[in-house]
Design a protein around this ligand. Sequence first.
Ligand SMILES: Nc1ncnc2c1ncn2[C@@H]1O[C@H](COP(=O)(O)OP(=O)(O)OP(=O)(O)O)[C@@H](O)[C@H]1O
Ligand SMILES: [Mg+2]
Length: 244
Amino acid sequence: MNVIETEQLTKRFGTFTAVDHISFSVGEGEIFGFLGANGAGKTTAMRMLCGLSTPTSGSGKVAGFDIYKETELIKRHIGYMSQKFSLYGDLKVWENIRLYGGIYGLPEKRLKEKTDELLRVLDLEHERNTLVDALPLGWKQKLSFSVAVIHEPRIVFLDEPTGGVDPVTRRQFWELIYQAAQRGITVFVTTHYMDEAEYCNRVSIMVDGKIEALDSPAALKKTFKADNMNDVFRALARNAKRGE
Ligand SMILES: Nc1ncnc2c1ncn2[C@@H]1O[C@H](COP(=O)(O)OP(=O)(O)OP(=O)(O)O)[C@@H](O)[C@H]1O
Ligand SMILES: [Mg+2]
């Protein structure tokens, strides 16, 4: 079953086309990598899927809901970790968890349990009363992710969730992603790191607003006669230039 479907989805800003007729689908439980260089249109596309931005044209459904008409229902069934942090730096760790759990509509008792469980899983119990601003970046990212799935949404959208941290911390972050996927949460994730692309079930690569390739990492490497995803990415960028 597909939890994300788009047909010719397009977003223009004035005369500039940021997302150019993209059509794709994502199956339930998939870890779907959404790749592309800076400015390719990833965040713009993701914001339309999350019901935060109205498309210029084309169609789309997320969790079975229409991205034009049912944005409030979409927001209730997804989690979203934006490229800019959405945690409150001047609130304590536990206060952030409570705040988001409340926004996502968790009842009081469940919120208490969830807060304790989350702090335990993240090994953050000793930082319960620390202001989020004082946490290292990698911990903020893990906390942001955990808060984005606190209500066990059907799909979680992650916009460059691991930017700027070391490989070990990124690896730990991906453990959290796998755990969520195992619980049946579909993961839609953008990244600039090609090693992370290898962890995805399927990957789409966007160039200048268009999806130029979409397949499993293994199949993409075969198609582009590449040893790794970095080379796939480079080959695609070269092809796109030639086609201009
Ligand atoms: N509100 C806006 N108004 C005008 N142009 C915009 C707006 N939002 C995005 N753009 C432009 O659309 C293009 C795609 O931007 P987008 O942020 O979606 O790219 P991205 O793939 O997420 O890049 P990055 O990897 O840097 O996050 C860029 O050229 C950007 O400048
Ligand atoms: Mg972006």
